[in-house]
Structure formats: C-alpha cells, structure tokens
Ligand binder design. Structure first.
Ligand SMILES: Nc1ncnc2c1ncn2[C@@H]1O[C@H](COP(=O)(O)OP(=O)(O)OP(=O)(O)O)[C@@H](O)[C@H]1O
Ligand SMILES: O=P(O)(O)OC[C@H]1O[C@H](OP(=O)(O)OP(=O)(O)O)[C@H](O)[C@@H]1O
Ligand SMILES: [Mg+2]
Length: 281
C-alpha cells in the first residue's frame, strides 16, 4: 500500500510525526526522496505537495493520502474521508477591506475575488447565488485588494494575523479545514487501509490521555477508585511482601493535576505519569 504524504510546507513535520507515532517509522527518508519504505514491508510512503496529494490518490499513485480538506475540495476529486487527524486546522474565509463597502456576501455581486482556491470559490458563489468574478492567484492573496486587482479575497486564515496586518475583515466562512486521511473510494475498505485508519485513530485517542502508575495502601483502594474518573476501573496488582498494591490507570490529561493531588492525600506513593503512544479501544 502506498500512502501520499506532504513533502514540505507546514504539514510535513506533523504528518511524519504522526506516522512515527502510529508505528510506521520511515526508513531512509532523506529530504529529496520521492518514495521511502517504512518498517512495514507492505507500506510505502510517497512524498508530494499537499495540493497535489488528492490527484496522486485519484490517479492510483497511492491508495491513501494525508492532506488538508481544503486541498481535497479544491481538487474536486471524490475521495473517501477516513480519519480527521485534527491538525493543520484553518478556515477558508471571504474577506474584504475593513473600510470598504463589502459587508455581506451579496455585496460581492459583480465584483472581483482573488483566491488560490478558484474551484471552491466558484462553488461557494454558485451556492450563494452570487455572481462574482473569481481570479486565481498563487500566493500573497491578501495583497490583491490593495493593488486594485480584486475587491475581496477567499483565503486561508488561522491566527488571523495576515488579515489584520492587511486591514482585511472576514465577511463570511467558506470552509473549515483540517488534515485528514483520505482514500480512493475503491481502496477504502481494503484491510490494510482499515488497519492504517485504526492506527491513526489510536494515536489521536492517546494524545489527551496519560498513564498513571502508583503504589497505594490496599485498604485505601475504594478511595483510589473514587478519585479516578473515566475509562473503566484501574488495574490492581499485588506487590509481594507489602501492604501496598500497584495501581495502573488511564486518565484524561486535564484531570492529571487534580487526580495526583488527591491520590497523594489518600496515601499513594511513587506516582508515575507517562504519555501513551497509542490507545486501541
Ligand atoms: N495558516 C495557514 N496557512 C496556510 N495553510 C494552512 C494554514 N494552517 C493550516 N494550513 C493547511 O496547510 C495547507 C498548506 O500546505 P502547504 O504544504 O502549501 O504549506 P505551506 O507551509 O503553506 O507551504 P508553501 O511554502 O508552499 O506555502 C493548507 O492547504 C491547509 O490545509
Ligand atoms: O491567519 P494566519 O496565521 O496569518 O495565516 C494565514 C496566512 O498563512 C498562509 O500563508 P503562507 O505563510 O503559507 O504563505 P503563502 O501565501 O506564500 O503560501 C495563508 O495563505 C495566509 O496568508
Ligand atoms: Mg502557503
């Protein structure tokens, strides 16, 4: 199975990190290589531009791909979304000069809109019933209203800094995007593809969880159970020659601070908090 992955740009590092965490270590993945093997002899990684990945998957160069939803929508290809990997989150928005007269999408009728996403833009205006002239640019879209190339733009925003610096205000939301695992529809039910999706889901599930290990007096076990929220009961093991038992449990990261304090108050000792690589439920 081949999996298409961003070769550079902001999505490259988090995607490679995700593959590593899912147990798919990339072997010999030097910067300029197109293909790399993984520890799994059945899985090969293909490196491509984030914007080209939908095309590679559609054409069969790879069975699955990891890229932004915005890129898949812009490609117009019919791919099956398998897992929302929840990074690379951003919004595609319609924006116009702060001090101008465009306040709603209907104000854009008869005007020019610059964007790196012409396909999405045309679909959006068609859906809104607004007749706007969409022009394609390949970057620095925020500049175009200031050089009278366009009246408004459709572009990506995440922190909002670029819009602010260019004195542009958001007029409407066009699309919420994040990075997802996509498959060609005819490969979506392939057992290897399903395995891959499960592995990625397990990484995601583990991200906000922590593994707690401690020793606790056996006669305080009921109190221990009371302070530990969620995810089933703890695993309890005898410690030879001791009145303490070893307790292992998975808790939400946001509860760790409070739970550790409570456990100490109950008399637990040697409390160890570790990250979890994967959690298969
Ligand atoms: N603030 C953001 N700006 C642009 N893209 C973002 C942002 N946040 C998340 N993304 C996601 O990253 C994708 C862009 O990936 P790309 O590989 O082009 O990264 P890049 O760092 O912008 O590279 P380039 O140098 O080619 O502009 C977008 O399609 C979107 O899915
Ligand atoms: O809301 P913000 O956090 O400011 O992010 C949004 C900006 O980041 C991206 O540009 P990028 O850095 O990828 O440059 P590019 O236009 O050359 O692709 C995007 O095209 C916006 O311009
Ligand atoms: Mg960019």
């Amino acid at each position: 199975m081949r999996i298409a992955v961003p070769n550079k740009g902001r999505l490259h590092d988090p995607t490679v990190e995700l593959l590593e965490r899912a147990g798919l270590h990339i072997e010999d993945g030097t910067d300029r290589k197109l293909y790399a093997d993984t520890v799994d002899p059945e899985v090969t990684v293909l490196f491509a531009r984030a914007a080209d990945i939908p095309e590679y998957v559609r054409d069969g160069a790879a069975e699955v791909g990891i890229t932004g939803l915005d890129q898949v929508r812009e490609s117009g290809h019919d791919l099956t979304e398998l897992v929302d990997l929840e990074f690379g989150s951003c919004r595609l928005v319609l924006a116009a000069p702060e001090d101008g007269d465009i306040e709603t999408v209907t104000d854009v009728a008869g005007k020019t809109v610059a964007t790196e996403f012409p396909h999405i833009a045309r679909e959006y205006f068609a859906e809104k019933g607004v007749d706007a002239d969409v022009v394609e640019v390949s970057g620095a879209t925020e500049l175009t209203p200031h050089v009278e190339m366009a009246d408004a733009i459709i572009d990506i925003t995440s922190t909002g800094t670029t819009l602010r610096v260019n004195r542009l205000a958001i007029v409407d939301d066009v699309l919420d995007s994040s990075v997802r695992l996509f498959a060609r529809p005819d490969a979506a039910d392939d057992p290897k593809v399903t395995q891959l999706a499960t592995a990625f889901e397990s990484v995601r599930a583990a991200e906000d969880k922590r593994y707690l290990m401690m020793n606790a007096p056996e006669d305080r076990l009921d109190d221990v159970r009371e302070v530990i929220p969620g995810l089933g009961g703890p695993t309890v093991m005898d410690i030879a020659g001791s009145d303490d038992v070893a307790v292992h449990v998975v808790v939400d990261e946001r509860d760790v601070f409070e739970v550790v304090n409570d456990l100490k108050a109950i008399g637990a000792s040697d409390i160890l908090v570790t990250e979890i690589e994967r959690l298969v439920e």
